[in-house]
Design a protein around this ligand. Structure first.
Ligand code: AHR
Length: 322
């Protein structure tokens, strides 16, 4: 009889503790965490790889993921975040399409006591208590690396170097920072001239369209700096369509190092790629668990990245994951 009573008490206690675990504001044990994730969109090969990394890592970490694709629109991301707040998820993560305009919705999350992690892209909010941490690349450094390659490539030439630039999404952190980092490095030598600079919205189609326009109005382009591989790949089509040889008549520098970009680099069409890693999922899930356990996390986690020459791309291609 005593044994039966103890068994019943034990079962009751177990049920009570399981209910407590599942009731929002989770203790961070993994299987009881729900994360709301608002993705920018599906604009590039990088983004597709990033989405897969987040989804796979959530599964592996036992985190239940509510995922939404904002189709490159800030209003959709704000709606998604508000809906995650209403659904009382344990934690929200998002990659902000642009840098500005997030304070109100981030304040709503904070008031609801739902922690937020920024991933991939930053916001320009002055109040850094609105989010727990920011995980992603150093985009200024990426722009600098692109500029450093160019400076080295033309070090023995005194002729003017005419550069066209395909910027990422207007107002986004990678577009702002990759532009600034590049300009800072090449600005030290007046022979480098950016003769045209326009957004290609990080897409292949827009990269092609804008490059066609650049080629029509600028007969003497020496270099294209594209803020991502996809725009560079679209531009290659435009350059070939204009009867020029990418990589020879026009040198091309891009950012990302997705497989298609690496193939074009190995084929000699792109001259240099600065890596930007989309594989942020595992670190994001670790950070989420720590935040929910009230453990200290760094305010900024910078992704480790490298650069690729044409020879390095040939070596790396066979093992490239994305
Ligand atoms: O924020 C990362 C950038 O977004 C990638 O470089 C680009 O390809 C993507 O669209």
């Amino acid at each position: 009889m005593l044994k039966r009573i103890s068994a019943l008490v034990l079962a009751g206690l177990t049920a009570m503790s399981m209910a407590a675990c599942g009731s929002g504001g989770s203790g961070g044990g993994g299987d009881s965490i729900t994360m709301g994730f608002s993705q920018v969109g599906a604009e590039s090969g990088w983004r597709t790889a990033n989405t897969k990394s987040v989804q796979d890592s959530a599964k592996n970490a036992g985190i239940s993921l509510k995922f939404s694709d904002a189709q490159q629109k800030q209003e959709n991301q704000i709606k998604a975040i508000r809906s995650y707040i209403q659904q009382k998820v344990d934690i929200i993560a998002f990659s902000p399409v642009v840098e500005s305009g997030w304070d109100t919705v981030l304040k709503e999350a904070k008031d609801a006591k739902i922690p937020v992690i920024l991933t991939d892209r930053a916001v320009d909010s002055k109040d850094t208590t609105l989010y727990k941490t920011f995980l992603g690349s150093d985009f200024i450094e990426e722009g600098k690396k692109a500029g450093q390659w160019l400076v080295e490539e033309y070090k023995s030439s005194t002729d003017p170097v005419n550069i066209v630039e395909l910027q990422g999404t207007t107002g986004s952190a990678p577009a702002n920072d990759r532009k600034a980092g590049f300009a800072e490095v090449i600005g030290a030598d007046t022979k480098f001239k950016i003769i045209a600079s326009q957004t290609g919205d990080f897409t292949r189609a827009k990269g092609k369209e804008v490059m066609e326009a650049f080629l029509k109005s600028n007969p003497d382009i020496d270099v294209l700096y594209a803020h991502n591989d996809d725009m560079g790949l679209g531009a290659i089509e435009a350059i070939e369509g204009a009867g020029k040889v990418p990589g020879k008549d026009i040198k091309i520098i891009t950012v990302d190092a997705v497989k298609d970009g690496m193939q074009a680099l190995a084929d000699g069409k792109i001259s240099y790629i600065v890596e930007c890693s989309p594989l942020l999922g595992p670190q994001l899930m670790d950070l989420a668990k720590k935040v929910l356990k009230n453990e200290q996390v760094p305010a900024r986690v910078v992704t480790e990245e490298t650069t690729f020459t044409q020879d390095q791309a040939k070596q790396a291609l066979s093992t490239r994951q994305y």
